[in-house]
Design a binder for this molecule. Structure first.
Ligand code: MN
Length: 524
């Protein structure tokens, strides 16, 4: 069915060159969601509109241009089948690359969709630059403003970037490096921040290969040889796990094996100073179950049959990661004494790990009509908090980099509370993150039960115990050098300032009392 469009472009002729009657059906079938007839009509209209607007344009691959917005919309639809967002995805390149203006889109599709498309166009102007100049910072700000107005804009832009990365082979090599660097530095961290694991993984691996080809090849080789060396027979272990769960009468949905993503392995490898023996999750098994209770039962059954590795049980169900990730992780020794990492989660937790904010928002919206506004409001709050971090752009960029764009590490208090700190954080940062009083009274620390220096850098999943003194301790300037977080640095600076005042005061008092000082030194 072809809906006749208005005056914008007169129909020159019916030709499959720009329109193929099976296109809308194929498009709708590619998205695993049941649309209402009205929604289907709107999507069909958008697809035809975009097809006509891009008529005659080709991609670098030689395909008709319409392939690109259609593919981006399908990528988006798999995690977030919101009709208006899909329309925006289909039309996202129209104002920039064709004769048709945003006003014309507004007339045809309404204000809300036109605004989304405008946001996507603006995000496209945000480019990663080598320098930290003001223009760059200003653009980054616009990016977040646009985002905080409507989170769907950034979802469309991420889907657009993902398809561009999937087809990056067709553009010239120098341009590939530029696009991939920007993807690795800007887009993948945003996907991670939004908790969209499936997009983050793909964006990272596609761009890693281009930005660091040598490291990519090395890591890949290492992964392959390590898999061979460990002799990990995924199918066999999977069957064994299934067998154990079944004989123990545990309700579960699926046991699957996964091999660690190359970029994530590369990062972990760097973090553990190239010590591969410390990386337990090169192969991990994933058990999905219906309820949280079933997850804990599964954990019990696994530990009954396999000895768990001490200190490797992580309950992200009770204490989710800051981006919302939930799962129980454990590492066990199998019958041959090899280590196996097992992740246990509900189906819903799995969905959320793959789809992040998109899963949350969409499914809540379906159930409760008002909650999308609530979720949106939370994002506005969080994103504008990013903007309030500093008044001056350089500092703002710095804080963005430190707090959101660099790697995070997760460490624990002895009670199992999780603390989220930037990579490179020290015991000092940890103490002040728990409580400022703890920082001011810290005289030593234990990491994983062993005595450590308060200046030691923390590693992923360390358990840190702070040894307290009864009285506040003397804090030296060295603390400031070792502290990485704003919170710790501010508190140490505050202490040092107060302390300086105190010393000046004491020196004055001393001078008054010390009569042995030459007369002219005594305070009158
Ligand atoms: Mn595009």
């Amino acid at each position: 069915m072809l809906i006749l469009l208005n005056h914008i472009i007169p129909l020159p002729y019916f030709s499959h060159y720009w329109y193929n009657a099976s296109m809308p059906k194929k498009f709708l079938n590619a998205i695993p969601h049941k649309f209402t007839p009205d929604e289907e009509r709107l999507l069909t209209k958008a697809l035809e509109f975009a097809t006509r607007a891009h008529q005659g344009q080709k991609r670098k691959s030689g395909e008709d241009y319409i392939i690109h917005p259609t593919a981006a919309a399908i990528i988006l639809g798999k995690i977030f089948p919101d009709t208006k967002a899909l329309v925006a995805a289909l039309l996202h390149d129209v104002p920039e690359d064709t004769q048709i203006t945003l006003d014309e889109i507004k007339k045809e599709f309404g204000e809300e969709i036109a605004q989304m498309i405008d946001g996507v166009t603006k995000l496209g102007q945000v480019r990663l630059r080598g320098s930290k100049d003001k223009f760059y910072v200003e653009n980054l700000r616009k990016l977040f403003i646009a985002t905080s107005k409507d989170i769907r804009v950034i979802l469309v832009k991420l889907a657009d970037r993902l398809h561009n990365m999937q087809t990056i082979a067709y553009i010239p090599p120098e341009k590939q490096v530029k696009v991939a660097t920007e993807t690795l530095e800007m887009y993948a961290p945003i996907a991670a921040r939004l908790g969209i694991g499936s997009w983050k993984d793909e964006l990272e691996d596609l761009s890693f290969k281009i930005v660091y080809p040598k490291e990519y090849d090395q890591t890949k080789l290492l992964l392959e040889s390590e898999l061979q060396k460990r002799g990990t027979n995924i199918k066999e272990s999977q069957k064994l796990l299934e067998h154990i769960l079944r004989t123990e009468g545990i309700k579960f949905l699926q046991v699957s094996g996964r091999i660690k993503r190359i970029y994530s392995l590369y990062n972990k490898f760097k973090r553990y100073h190239n010590d591969l023996s410390k990386i337990y999750d090169i192969v991990a098994f994933r058990i999905t179950a219906k309820t949280t209770g079933d997850c804990y039962s599964a954990l019990g059954a696994i530990h009954k049959h396999f000895q768990p590795l001490p200190g490797r049980i992580k309950d992200y169900i009770a204490t989710p990661k800051p981006n919302g990730y939930q799962s129980i992780h454990t590492t066990v020794f199998d019958k041959d004494g090899k280590t196996l990492e097992i992740q246990i989660r509900t189906e819903l937790m799995h969905e959320e790990a793959e789809r992040g904010v998109a899963a949350h928002w969409f499914y809540e919206e379906e159930g409760k009509p008002d909650s999308s506004e609530r979720v949106q409001a939370e994002w506005i709050k969080e994103l504008s908090a990013w903007q309030d971090l500093a008044d001056n752009p350089e500092e703002y960029l710095e804080s963005l980099k430190i707090d959101f764009f660099s790697d995070r590490i997760f460490v624990f208090t002895p009670k199992g509370d999780i603390k989220d700190l930037p990579a490179g954080a020290t015991v000092i940062d940890f103490a002040f993150a728990v409580h400022s009083d703890l920082g001011y009274h810290m005289m030593g620390a234990k990491i994983n039960g062993k005595m450590a220096s308060i200046f030691d850098e923390l590693e992923q999943e360390n358990v840190i115990e702070i040894i307290k003194s009864k009285k506040p301790v003397k804090i030296s300037r060295d603390w400031l050098k070792a502290a990485k977080t704003h919170g710790a640095r501010n508190r140490i600076r505050h202490y040092l300032n107060e302390n300086d005042k105190g010393i000046i005061q004491r020196v004055r008092e001393l001078k008054l009392k010390d009569l042995s000082l030459p007369r002219f030194f005594r305070k009158k």
